[in-house]
Design a protein around this ligand. Structure first.
Ligand code: FAD
Length: 322
């Protein structure tokens, strides 16, 4: 088995969970090599975290271009490292930025690209990437047939498993292409954070729909989310009514989530909502209508009023934690 290049997602000097998932999956395909770009003084810390999950070699590149310009400097750096290391696959997190880097990289390397994989399997003829399509009604297995496979993998596709190894850090000076400075970042405004995990990366998502009845109805959803360390999602009906921010919408025209546990409270289960959450590992629904379509795909269902069931659940969870 050869080496597998993993572009490491990091923020605020820390490796992000999707990167640990990629390293865990990369070990199925070969020896992970990590690429850490623009981490500044935190590069060693991020590299150490990568080595805890099996990266024996970590390529580190730092330059103002990574922060000052959008995407292309990252594609330049990974392409340069890929040409010298000749990996058997390149794995990148399926974020909007990750997918753009991957697309540019595939063009540079004349390689095939697969996006939004939810699983990876080793195979003698090259990695098999599994995608979940048409609102998760089909699983498609694909293989890249030209060049080094470039594959983006959705967050939560694997549970991170440590595999500590000794880490060798190699510093790389990147030669940026003329296109690298084509799109400059002119300002950054931090968004007010809820303190909850990022919706697309959270292991548990608790979502509320029209059944919560109004913005104040989300309190019971948030209380349960906080008891579980979960993110809060919302159906489009709740978002369109102005009860919860659009950034939290789950579904076809919202965010795609694939957590270990998804709880839908007061959500009927329309096809457009399912499109964003149907690949969740375990689905639980709370709805007062026993005929609600959400129960067709739920692993666990409670027929009842969410204003009774959710606080009860929260109390039980808090009681177990104390
Ligand atoms: P409803 O369908 O009204 O369901 C509310 C549910 O709450 C009902 O099942 C009811 O029994 C239950 N309920 C009521 N009170 C309680 C209570 N006290 N306790 C327990 N249960 C209760 N939708 C999305 O979610 N995401 C998308 O990205 C999305 N994209 C779309 C794109 C297009 C092009 C279109 C046409 C639609 C899209 N929709 C999307 C909308 C989608 O079709 C549904 O209208 C929407 O998902 C319904 O939201 P809901 O389940 O919260 O509301």
């Amino acid at each position: 088995m050869g080496t597998v290049l993993v572009l490491i997602d990091h923020a605020d000097g820390r490796i992000r969970k999707p990167a640990l998932e990629l390293l865990t999956m990369a070990r199925r395909l070969g020896t992970p090599i990590a690429v850490v770009l623009g981490a500044g003084s935190s590069a060693a810390e991020v590299a150490d975290a990568a080595s805890e999950y099996g990266a024996a070699t970590v390529y580190v590149a730092d330059a103002p271009e990574f922060a000052d310009y959008l995407v292309v400097p990252h594609a330049d750096a990974v392409a340069q490292i890929a040409r010298t290391t000749d990996p058997t696959a390149i794995l990148i997190t399926s974020s909007p930025e990750g997918k753009e880097i991957a697309a540019r990289l595939a063009v540079r390397l004349s390689a095939g690209l697969i996006t939004d994989a939810v699983n990876l399997e080793a195979d003698d003829n090259g990695p098999l990437a599994i995608q979940s399509v048409f609102a998760a009604t089909y699983a498609v297995a694909s293989r890249v047939t030209q060049g080094t496979p470039v594959i983006t993998v959705k967050p939560n596709a694997a549970v991170p498993e440590p595999a500590a190894t000794t880490c060798r850090i190699e510093h790389v000076a990147v030669e940026f292409s003329p296109a690298a400075t084509g799109t400059k970042v002119v300002s950054r405004t931090p968004r007010t954070t809820s303190g909850r995990p990022e919706l697309t990366e959270a292991a548990i998502v608790i979502s509320g729909g029209r059944g919560v009845g109004g913005p104040e109805g989300f309190k019971v959803v948030e209380d349960l989310a906080d008891a579980l360390g979960a993110a809060v999602g919302a159906s489009r009906a709740a978002v369109d009514a102005g009860w919860y921010p659009h950034a939290n919408q789950v579904g076809q025209t919202g965010k795609q989530v694939s957590p270990q546990l998804y709880l839908a409270a007061g959500i009927s289960g329309a096809i457009q909502h399912r499109a964003g959450m149907q690949t969740s590992k375990v689905i639980m629904a709370v709805n007062k209508d026993p005929e609600a379509p959400i129960f067709d795909l739920a692993d666990y269902g409670v027929v009842g009023d969410l204003f009774t069931v959710l606080p009860e659940l929260t109390d039980q969870i808090v009681a177990r934690e104390t």
